[in-house]
Design a protein around this ligand. Structure first.
Ligand code: ZN
Length: 200
């Protein structure tokens, strides 16, 4: 069974999700939710899915970056993004600390289907959370994995990448693939900002 992923404009995406107790996390209902979130993320496919995206107001996200997903990407693209396979895991009630080092890349979201934009994010983060079994975890993440964690934890706070993007870089995925796929984020930003002259 797959869950419905809600899209931008749904109030569920703009609500601060609530924490779970360990008992609640270990309950059959929550374990089933996690299982369904995993299947829904894989079906999409995506590298992360937060509970608010399936209309559930809880601080839970599932994350998985499979080697299959990296197969279609260029070696340079993978190296630049510092992207590597991340095994399936669950983060619950996370807190996050961001390092100062910031990197810019185009980013998308399963709740903003068909679009992408350049987003600046910390290159490294440290997350404290519970795993699916309610055990405390410390995650030190770098590169693309750090971006996924920031994106998913944003969802728990009612934040979408469009709140953090360079607005002039917002584009359809079709246009991204057609024109910008091999252009650096800095260059996308420069060229699209230069062309835009809003009336003051
Ligand atoms: Zn998202």
């Amino acid at each position: 069974m797959l869950l419905k992923i809600v899209q931008a404009g749904d109030p569920a995406l703009r609500t601060r999700a609530r924490e779970l107790s360990t008992d609640e996390l270990r309950s059959p209902e929550t374990q089933l939710l996690i299982e369904l979130m995993r299947e829904t993320m894989r079906d999409a496919p995506g590298v992360g899915l937060a509970a608010p995206q399936v209309g559930v107001n809880l601080r839970i996200a599932v994350i998985e970056d499979k080697s299959d997903y990296l197969r279609d990407l260029g070696e340079e693209e993978i190296a630049l993004r510092e992207r590597k396979p991340i095994p399936f895991h669950v983060i619950v009630n996370p807190t996050i600390e961001m390092a100062d080092d910031v990197v810019e890349f185009p980013e998308g979201c399963l709740s903003v289907t068909g679009f992408t934009a350049v987003v600046a994010r910390a290159r490294s983060v440290r997350v404290h959370c519970l795993n699916h079994a309610g055990e405390p975890q410390e995650i030190r993440a770098h590169g693309w994995y750090a971006r996924i964690l920031q994106h998913e934890i944003d969802h728990m706070n009612g934040v979408l990448y469009v709140d953090r993007m360079y607005p002039q870089t917002f584009m359809t995925l079709d246009n991204f693939k057609r024109t910008w796929k091999d252009v650096s984020a800095q260059e996308i930003r420069r060229r699209l900002s230069e062309a835009s002259h809003p009336v003051e």
